[in-house]
Design a protein. Structure first.
Lengths: 540, 291
């Protein structure tokens, strides 16, 4: 094999005192080869991002490497002086970030920002610089490069911004590209395009890529080499084929086993009576206008209809802006739909006023996406769990006893009732959120991306818990997700939404086997690592 | 990943953390110490200077350290030091009460506007803007002049001109908090609005309110002094502003009459500002780390 272009040897990075562990990264050995993509995979807290930042010389203050080397072209990057490192960055090593909107300067046109790099690092004249930029924009497949160069970051879509970021990173033809979760903030169809683009470009330019991600699907899509990290240590390293199809370490096996399969789970039947009928639901958002102007309306949900039986799980699948969250919020009546019916077991909730709604509130409850924003940081867990029932007239003592039962039901020690939310991890918080919803004894549970903020192993546990609970209480679940893998494992039937419209609806197995709408097909084709997943099950 | 296991690391007690973070800011500690001195002075004023501070106790315009008079006497022979001690009571009382009224009213207006939005927000904010468009000090003078100068009218005037910025602050906090998921979770559990506002939102918005309120005390003390300086304070109550006003005509002959109460105002306001900043650091620790 060729010599590595970047060679990390025995790297340890110390965390400041008072952190949950002494070393963020401990004794890491890692190589990046020219023209190859090395993926570093790990869950949150594994030290994968700090590894990337160490290579860029961009560690946060108070976090410093204590031993080891990062060799590049015969020099140790860790010993370079700040201005030598600055020369390296951009010219020899460059980076793309997770969120292109925050990585680009909002007050400068995209073209100008890239031009600046050329001005600093090269002696090219104005015209040559411009030609180079436009040529590169063309190469990263940005439509109409001239227009893009003159645009400000907010005028571009997420995918276009990330393409511009990639152009910016590659403008000086660096030897190494460090990509820190570059597609995590993007929709799945855009993600597929960006991954393809990165793979093509690095092949053509013989760039060594250090690709940080938490997503095994993405890894399967593009990796040549894979390094798995846990708690700052390297668990396993090998070629993509070795790690993905014959992992040796237990941790790797567990991680891969936790990735939901794309084969829908066995169809269930024998659901109870009809719980929810949504018919012709329409929601508009009005904005602007001020005192005298005319507000503009945005049609967020158009004629959405579906039904849900007792014990059944309906998946609402779509990308950002598809209207899936709008539908969820209309169901729990955080939003008032303009038209349509939300028939809950014979009662139409859609047009009710706040007061009329009160006796029915508890019957439809919601589990939220962000485990950090969904619990009041100033309330104890016990208070969070009893507030709802007490409001509805349950005696306080009973509510507290029930809260403790619910905590053990969701797999937490009842003693944690006396703690505050900040003492819990994301997965634990999501369990508390689930317990809060259950405290009201709902019939329909609306779950808005309940696991998308969680690590994959935690995600698997929470999904399993939700399934047990649905079974136990005979709940009907509306499950909002952008992740088709999760949808395949959780939902009995799904509806696919695009720009506020339901483009496809059907039993999960049918939709997965033979998607009929173009958009659904595109979604499926974009799932990262679908070929790897549809291969026969590996050791799980 | 042992996610199901309960969190085992106990968090340090909250109050302790708060004090430690506050104490990290040295100047805030100095401010706090000085503020304690002022409060102490206000508390023991009737003991150390039992006589009426308006009483004519010596020859006019005695310089500092002559006889019993630490800071000398003023144009009519009143004890400047006694005036400062009694004036501390006035300044602190008016500063605190006017601020409490302004904070309560501003929080109410801002809270309702921020939580309900829509036409309620429009209405309340337009009202707030009306108050903000009038220069606040001139407005305060006008109010006191209309209501005739007294302790109450000064408190009311200061409160009336001080609440709008607070209302805007609270409104902004409420707008950002009302769409948080934990608030929405309570809404869809059928929690009544007043409970959502008091239990869920307000405790999360309290830090900026405390910080703004503490700084408002300093402004209120300045406004009170300025009103008293113009002769619009309560004529029966000694205050620092009144002392400065009374001595201004003889500033070149008897500098001490204006200077000592002036320094008292300066140091007290400075101390309160320092404490306010310390509170800000302690209550919003993340902002501090970033700087």
């Amino acid at each position: 094999m060729e010599n590595p272009v970047l060679d990390v040897r025995g790297l340890s990075i110390a965390l400041p005192k008072g952190a949950d562990r002494t070393f963020a990264v401990e004794g890491l050995d890692l190589q990046v080869f020219p023209g190859k993509i090395t993926c570093v995979v790990g869950e949150s807290g594994s030290g994968k991002s700090l590894t990337a930042r160490a290579a860029m010389g961009l560690l946060p203050p108070k976090v410093a490497p204590t031993s080891g080397q990062i060799m590049f072209e015969g020099r140790d990057l860790l010993t370079l002086k700040p201005d030598e490192m600055r020369q390296m960055r951009g010219q020899k090593i460059s980076m793309i970030f997770q969120e292109p909107m925050t990585a680009l300067n909002p007050l400068m046109t995209v073209g100008k920002q890239i031009d600046e790099i050329l001005t600093v690092h090269t002696s090219l004249g104005g015209k040559a610089r411009r030609e180079k930029i436009l040529a590169l924009f063309d190469e990263v497949k940005l439509p109409n490069p001239k227009r893009i160069a003159a645009a400000y970051p907010h005028e571009l879509s997420g995918g276009q911004r990330q393409r511009a970021m990639i152009a910016m990173a590659l403008i000086l033809d660096p030897k190494i590209l460090v990509a820190d979760e570059p597609t995590t903030a993007l929709d799945v169809t855009t993600q597929a395009q960006i991954l393809k683009l990165i793979a093509e470009l690095q092949e053509k330019h013989k760039t060594g890529v250090l690709f940080i991600t938490h997503d095994f699907g993405v890894v399967a899509e593009i990796a040549d080499q894979i390094a798995v990290m846990q708690y700052g240590k390297l668990v396993e390293v090998g070629t993509a084929d070795q790690i993905l199809n014959a992992p040796k370490a237990e941790y790797t096996k567990a991680l891969i086993g936790a990735v939901p399969s794309l084969t829908p789970r066995a169809a269930r039947s024998g659901f109870g009576r009809r719980m929810l009928t949504v018919d012709g639901l329409n929601k508009y958002y009005k904005s602007g206008g001020g005192l005298f102007g005319k507000p503009t309306a945005f049609h967020a949900a158009k004629d959405v209809s579906f039904t849900l039986d007792r014990g059944e799980t309906l998946g609402v699948v779509g990308e950002s802006g598809s209207g899936k969250t709008t539908v969820a919020r209309c169901l729990v009546r955080l939003l008032q739909p303009e038209e349509g019916k939300i028939d809950l077991d014979g009662i139409d909730l859609a047009g009710m006023t706040k007061r009329e709604l009160k006796p029915y509130r508890n019957r439809v409850q919601m589990v939220f996406q962000d485990p950090y924003a969904s619990l009041n940081p100033r309330r104890k867990v016990a208070d969070i769990l009893v507030e709802g029932p007490i409001n509805l007239g349950k005696p306080a003592k009973e509510a507290h006893a029930r809260a403790r039962e619910l905590l053990s039901l969701v797999g937490l020690d009842p003693k944690v009732a006396e703690r505050y939310p900040h003492e819990f991890s994301g997965g634990q918080r999501q369990r508390i959120g689930l317990a809060r919803a259950l405290a009201l004894e709902p019939e329909v549970l609306v779950a808005d991306e309940p696991v998308s903020a969680l690590d994959v192993s935690v995600q698997a546990q929470v999904l399993k818990l939700m399934d047990e609970i649905r079974e136990k209480f005979g709940l009907s679940v509306v499950f909002i997700t952008h992740d088709l893998r999760v949808a395949a494992q959780v939902c009995d039937k799904i509806i696919v939404m695009q720009r506020g419209v339901v483009v496809e609806a059907g039993k999960t197995a049918d939709v997965f086997a033979a998607p009929s709408h173009d958009y659904t097909r595109e979604l499926f084709a974009s799932i990262p690592g679908r070929e790897w997943s549809s291969a026969p099950e590996v050791t799980a | 990943m042992t996610d199901a296991a309960a969190a085992t690391v106990p968090a340090p007690p909250k109050r302790f953390m708060f004090w430690r973070r506050f104490a990290r800011n040295r100047s805030a500690l100095v401010g706090l110490a000085f503020l304690f001195l002022v409060i102490l002075l206000a508390a023991i004023a009737p003991v150390i200077y039992p006589a009426d501070p308006f009483a004519l106790v010596g020859r006019p315009m005695l310089p500092p350290l002559s006889g019993d008079f630490l800071f000398g006497t003023d144009t009519l022979g009143r004890d400047v030091a006694a005036g400062i001690a009694h004036g501390a009571r006035t300044s602190l009382f008016i500063g605190v009460v006017a601020t409490l009224v302004a904070v309560a009213f501003g929080t109410l207006m801002g809270g309702l506007a921020g939580y309900y939005g829509g036409w309620i927000d429009d209405l309340l904010m337009r009202v707030t803007e009306v108050f903000q468009t009038i220069p606040s000090f001139i407005f305060a003078i006008l109010l006191v002049a209309i209501m005739t100068p007294s302790m109450e009218s000064v408190v009311i005037a200061i409160a009336v001109v001080s609440w709008p910025p607070l209302a805007r602050l609270v409104r902004a906090e409420f707008i950002s908090l009302r769409n948080r998921e934990f608030v929405q979770a309570q809404v869809l559990m059928g929690m009544p609005d007043w409970k959502v506002i008091l239990i869920q939102i307000l405790p999360n918005a309290i830090s900026p309110i405390i910080v703004a309120g503490s700084l408002l005390i300093a402004t209120a003390i300045l406004t009170e002094s300025a009103l008293a300086f113009l002769g619009l304070g309560d004529p029966n109550i000694m205050s620092w502003g009144f002392q400065v006003g009374a001595g201004r005509t003889v500033l070149r002959r008897a500098w001490w009459i204006c200077t000592y109460p002036g320094v008292a105002i300066l140091l007290t306001v400075l101390a309160i500002n320092l404490v306010g900043e310390g509170l800000n650091d302690a209550l919003n620790p993340r902002l501090r780390e970033r700087s």
